[in-house]
Design a protein around this ligand. Structure first.
Ligand code: AMP
Ligand code: TRP
Length: 338
């Protein structure tokens, strides 16, 4: 069975973009792949995190993933920092990746903003750690939202350069799994900006922790334009808010976007928003209720992560030992636990 690796940062509440772009697909792929799902706390600290909040968010993201249907009995759910091999392989990849490759990363440019000199070195090397996450397990398939495409291309380049430099056929090629609807969910306040945990306005996103009232209110207040809804996707041009809301509907309903346009085309936003809110509430509130239940028992959540950590280490250890041999790092003690 092919192996999947994917990750999510514990930097705040998960939102609808995370759900439609990534997590829902993780859940669906569980029957066909051997999966490792990782809460990437080492990636989170590339920008400042309050230590207490980071700990709390790591637990709540774990609860959210379990509530959304990640099956931690059949598959592996863990937090990245507990498997030291991630940081170690990332260092080796720091020595494989080229500055020129990292200079092209658009996410670094966006996150570092104008004050680049003040960004952490970790934020710059972020994609190398991401490549290490995947390749530490020789995973081949990576389900992500559209925004991670460039990072996965870099991971492929790293795998290829490592293989070439050392004359081996060791790391596999990585296949991104990016699905149609929902791979790029936009802010409810601005159809041109990605829905994101870091956007200050809570009204811009629907969180896993939102109750039915909050979901309804956010959809009702979502930005629109003054025209009736488009009757075909071709009419989305210059109408980013209509495209986003109808795209969310299509993704939640598992419907074709053309069919959604046919059904709502010519109608007012107000009528459509009512139906969208009903659909979002029906799909998301059961996940919220389960998440609340799990959060009441943090020891259980920690236990799930501990079990996942053990299993992840067992896969990573022999792969990392082989990497040491390939690179020529002298091993003078018994194989260490990774
Ligand atoms: P992050 O929250 O940045 O750790 O992202 C975790 C996963 O959610 C990644 O696979 C992202 O590609 C995906 N994701 C994040 N934001 C969005 C969004 N607005 N639309 C679709 N997918 C997203
Ligand atoms: N960079 C990803 C994001 O912010 C999270 C991530 C870290 C990841 N390591 C990964 C995703 C490995 C897929 C595979 O969305």
């Amino acid at each position: 069975m092919a192996r999947i690796f994917s990750g999510v940062q514990p930097t705040g509440d998960l939102h609808l973009g995370n759900y439609l772009g990534a997590i829902r697909n993780w859940v669906r792929l569980q029957d066909d792949y051997e999966c490792l799902f990782c809460i990437v706390d080492l990636h989170a600290i590339t920008v400042w995190q309050d230590p207490k909040e980071l700990t709390a968010n790591t637990r709540s993201v774990a609860a959210a993933l379990l509530a959304a249907g990640v099956d931690a009995k059949r598959h592996i759910l863990f937090n990245q920092s507990q498997v030291p091999g991630h940081a170690e392989l990332a260092w080796i990849f720091n020595c494989v990746a080229r500055l020129g490759w990292l200079n092209r990363m658009t996410q670094f440019k966006e996150k570092a903003g104008k004050n680049r000199e003040n960004a952490s070195v970790g934020l710059y090397a972020y994609p190398n750690l991401m490549a290490a996450d995947i390749l530490l397990y020789k995973a081949t398939h990576v389900p992500v939202g559209d925004d991670q495409k460039q990072h996965l291309e870099l991971a492929r380049d790293i795998a290829q350069k490592f293989n070439n430099d050392f004359g081996v056929d060791f790391f596999p090629m990585i296949e991104p799994l990016i699905f149609g609807a929902g791979t790029r969910v936009m802010s409810l306040r601005d159809g041109k900006a990605k829905m994101s945990k870091s956007e200050p306005s809570e009204m811009s996103r629907i969180n896993f922790t939102d109750d039915a009232d909050a979901i309804a209110r956010k959809i009702q207040k979502a930005k629109t334009d003054p025209h009736p809804l488009p009757a075909a996707p071709a009419e989305f041009k210059d109408r980013p808010e209509a495209a986003n809301l109808m795209g969310i509907y299509a993704a939640l309903a598992d419907a074709d976007i053309g069919a959604v346009c046919q059904r709502f085309g010519g109608k007012q936003f107000s009528a459509f928003k009512k139906e969208l809110a009903e659909l979002a509430i029906a799909k998301l509130t059961p996940i919220r209720d389960e998440m609340v239940r799990l959060m009441a028992d943090p020891a259980h959540v920690d236990g799930v992560l501990a079990a996942g950590t053990k299993r992840a280490r067992a896969i990573a250890e022999p792969i990392l030992a082989e990497v040491h041999d390939i690179v020529g790092l002298l091993r003078v003690c018994a194989p260490r636990k990774c």
